[in-house]
Design a protein around this ligand. Structure first.
Ligand code: 0X9
Ligand code: CA
Ligand code: ZN
Length: 445
């Protein structure tokens, strides 16, 4: 595949392409720094196993160093941390063990700029993902359409695929169809989530009219899939042919050489409230200068708000896909409490009932997100707290272990299909989430 331009908004046309190709060739010669400025050593992050923390409070304290908590086990966690964050964790009295870096899947072959290494060729880079979306939409025009809902910091299209049969109405319903949102790839290195979104689009397209459950949901719901919330981060992560374990977007930060905002700390609900994000630009969980300061978050939040029609939010339920740990998570992340202002007992129980039922089908572990550690400014807290959308976070394969962000492409088919039933369950519940706790009459009459 030809090298693609990393900054489509600012560089257009043939001359620019030639310039960029030249720059890329230079960058490839020094794989550690495909940016014009190399990241200082202090900003280099590694994955560590941290032995000791065993409670949510202890894990939240580890996260408060600015490291990202990548996996939670009994009595230990896996973190991504720079040298300073690692030292702070060490001073808390915990033992750190450096884990091997991302796997080398180049198979001894020359890297192709902005593409997955040969052994992982089944993963879709941004251009391939967009081509796949276009092909699916073109193959099923009566039930699918694509919208460009905005652009990333570097100018890449952020797209939403709408899946519904507009000619069909749910039986006995006069109200508009309930809408359900699936988002993927807030975190750059979590490439399996893009495959999850592409699987859903392909599956709904190819089994409509053949599979009864799919057909009913395409007829009676409006399904939205945003397959790539963080295209700049994703492309940066694969740009040199060696995975970079990048998490954030690629927005520069004023007065700092460290780039990027953690998109899943930038949503406008209790932003930065509770020690579940960082105000330091170098942190893996940097929350940005203000809520929705990351263009990618603003684009998706504006899209969600655009689904308020006649004063009513049409989206009732959502899943935001992440990796890894095999978890089904529900809000809130900002508090350890099960219920809080903005979450009644019945609401929490409906979240938990549908969450546990979905987890029973995919074998993930269901829990409130703060059972892991405190987070603030996450999408699921915003979806519920601000929009009253039943928003879940799925942490996909693998369950734990190093290299968790880079499973080989051989697992894509199995691990995306694994969530088919859970996704259908959420769609089937989306007209009345309270049916799951036997309170349909009370809430959904
Ligand atoms: O920290 C995160 O954003 C998620 N984990 S990840 O390894 N994919 O970065 C977990 C978020 C859990 N909290 C909420 N969903 N609120
Ligand atoms: Ca492979
Ligand atoms: Zn994530």
């Amino acid at each position: 595949m030809r090298p693609r331009t990393p900054h489509p908004r600012r560089l257009n046309g043939r001359l620019a392409t030639a310039v960029v190709t030249g720059l890329l060739a230079l960058a490839m010669a020094t794989p550690a720094s495909s940016d014009s400025v190399a990241a200082p050593d202090a900003e280099r992050t590694r994955e560590y196993e941290v032995t000791g923390p065993r409670t949510p409070t202890e894990r939240t304290a580890v996260a408060a160093t600015g490291a990202s908590v990548d996996a939670v086990r009994h009595g230990s966690v896996v973190v991504t941390a720079d040298a300073r964050q690692a030292e702070r964790i060490r001073r808390m009295g915990y033992a750190l063990r450096v884990l091997p870096g991302p796997p080398d899947r180049r198979d001894g072959r020359a890297p192709v700029p902005f593409d997955f290494p040969p052994a992982d060729a089944k993963y879709h880079n941004y251009k391939e993902a967009m081509a796949e979306v276009d092909a699916d939409v073109a193959a099923h025009p009566s039930i699918m359409s694509k919208q460009v809902i905005g652009r990333s910091y570097e100018g890449r299209d952020i797209v939403a695929v709408k899946i519904t049969n507009g000619a069909k109405k749910p039986p006995g319903r006069t109200a508009a169809k309930p809408e359900v949102l699936f988002t993927a790839h807030q975190h750059a290195r979590e490439h399996l989530t893009v495959e999850m979104a592409l699987y859903l689009i392909k599956e709904f397209g190819s089994t409509y009219g053949k599979d009864a459950r799919v057909t009913k949901m395409v007829d009676e719901r409006v399904i939205w899939v945003v397959p790539d919330v963080n295209p700049d981060g994703g492309e940066y992560d694969i740009a040199t042919g060696s995975y970079r374990s990048w998490r954030k977007n690629r927005q520069p930060n004023a007065g700092s050489t460290a780039r990027g905002t953690d998109l899943n700390r930038n949503w406008n609900y209790k932003w930065g409230c509770c020690g579940g994000s960082s105000g330091s630009t170098g942190s893996e969980t940097y929350r940005g200068t203000g809520p929705e300061s990351a263009p990618e978050v603003k684009v998706v939040a504006d899209f969600v708000r655009s689904r308020i029609v006649g004063g009513k939010q049409r989206i009732t339920a959502a899943i935001d896909f992440h990796t890894y740990s095999e978890l089904v998570l529900w809000p809130f992340g900002w508090t350890y409490d099960d219920t809080a202002p903005g979450m009644t007992r019945d609401e929490r129980d409906a979240f938990a009932a549908v969450g546990k039922s979905m987890a029973a089908s995919n074998g993930y572990t269901p829990e409130q997100s703060s059972d892991l550690y405190i987070t603030d400014g996450t999408i699921d807290d915003w979806l519920w707290g601000d929009q009253k959308i039943f928003g879940y976070t799925f942490e996909m394969y693998p369950s734990s272990g190093n290299g968790g962000f880079y499973p080989p492409d051989e697992v894509i088919d199995r691990e995306t299909a694994r969530n088919r039933d859970a996704v259908l369950q959420l769609l089937e519940n989306a007209d009345c989430m309270y049916r799951s706790i036997g309170k349909e009459a009370q809430y959904c009459a």
